[in-house]
Design a protein around this ligand. Structure first.
Ligand code: SF4
Ligand code: SF4
Length: 117
């Protein structure tokens, strides 16, 4: 079992989850490869499934693998795929605190991805 970061993180990347992960398995691509959306990923080989990251995510982008909504199911494989290119990912530094999204912002982001849950 692992946890998965979904597309709801894409272009948000505020890194709120990074600080709380006890095993530093939340990572970011180190280059701008077009094959990889601009979001964070969880290394499934290192995640200890503690669940601490989930409530920290202001965009509600993190799910246990068995609970990932169907519309984001491809994100499970995308997170897992980082294992094959692990040297191209690293634990990012958290920038200075930015603005927290409003509930309306969070809902608008979900709607953008067609997620109604
Ligand atoms: S579930 Fe725990 S170990 Fe896994 S990514 Fe989240 S904080 Fe890290
Ligand atoms: S807290 Fe959520 S939105 Fe922010 S970087 Fe982590 S997964 Fe992405």
């Amino acid at each position: 079992m692992t946890w998965v970061i979904t597309s709801l993180c894409q272009d948000k990347v505020d890194m709120a989850c990074v600080e709380v992960c006890p095993v530093d398995c939340i990572v970011k691509r180190t280059d701008d490869s077009p094959d990889w959306p601009n979001q964070l990923y969880i290394d499934p080989d290192e995640c200890i499934s503690c669940g601490v990251c989930e409530p920290e995510c202001p965009w509600e982008a993190i799910f246990e693998d068995e609970q990932v909504p169907e519309i984001f199911s491809e994100n499970i494989a995308l997170n897992a795929k980082i294992v094959d290119e692990r040297d191209d990912f690293e634990v990012p530094e958290k920038p200075d605190d930015g603005d927290m999204p409003s509930p309306a912002d969070v809902e608008a982001n979900k709607e953008k991805w067609g997620f109604t849950g």
